[in-house]
Write a protein that binds this ligand. Sequence first.
Ligand SMILES: C[S@@+](CC[C@H](N)C(=O)[O-])C[C@H]1O[C@@H](n2cnc3c(N)ncnc32)[C@H](O)[C@@H]1O
Length: 224
Amino acid sequence: MNSCTEKEGIKDARISQSAIGNVYDRIAPLYNIWANLTESRARGRAIELAGLTGGQTILEVAVGTGLAFNEIVKKNPHGNNIGIDISDGMLKRAHLLLNKTGNNNYSLKKGTAFSLEIETESVDILFNNYMFDLIQYDDMSRILAEFRRVLKKNGRLVLVNMTKGEKWGSNIYDRIYSLKPELMGGCRGVRLAEKLGQDGFSVETREYHQQFLFPSEVIIAQKM
Ligand SMILES: C[S@@+](CC[C@H](N)C(=O)[O-])C[C@H]1O[C@@H](n2cnc3c(N)ncnc32)[C@H](O)[C@@H]1O
């Protein structure tokens, strides 16, 4: 196998899940600089499209430093807001950000997308931003099955990923990944709309966004 093979047009994830928690513990102090430069528009658009009406049970898996979660909690002050991440360093930053808002209607827990400690069919909207671009293609269906388990019937999945570049200059980040995946925090471009269709979701919308040449996809899907 060469150092960068592909499956279904998606490159291998070259940082293992067992290492990813430590990688993000180290990245955590600087993560928001990167995120605000390259991902803020796609993240904001996902929140706009999600259909937050208040009083819902919202789960964000891979909550990171809480950039989306903070906005979600503000929009869902009387609902149930749960954030999960595998990295203590990222969770610590999320706690600091959420504490500033003064809204304490949330819980943040350490955990993995592969096995969510969440009741079956209890979640109205599941957010997952910039995580599948770290996951090995062969592991994606397992996580999507876990997402389907916790979502209520017709519950919504709101997904943002680093995607493959569709406009001028946007392939630069995938090239950097091919040379040194650590420089991209292990993220490479993926396209997940078709995969979601195969794994029990119906895709309502898929949008392409580019910020500072960084390519993102925003997908809104419903559990079938
Ligand atoms: C690129 S960051 C994105 C953080 C946040 N969602 C955002 O958009 O700012 C990837 C996050 O996924 C988390 N992560 C990676 N694999 C995970 C897993 N299996 N379960 C839960 N979190 C995971 C990492 O710890 C990290 O916080």
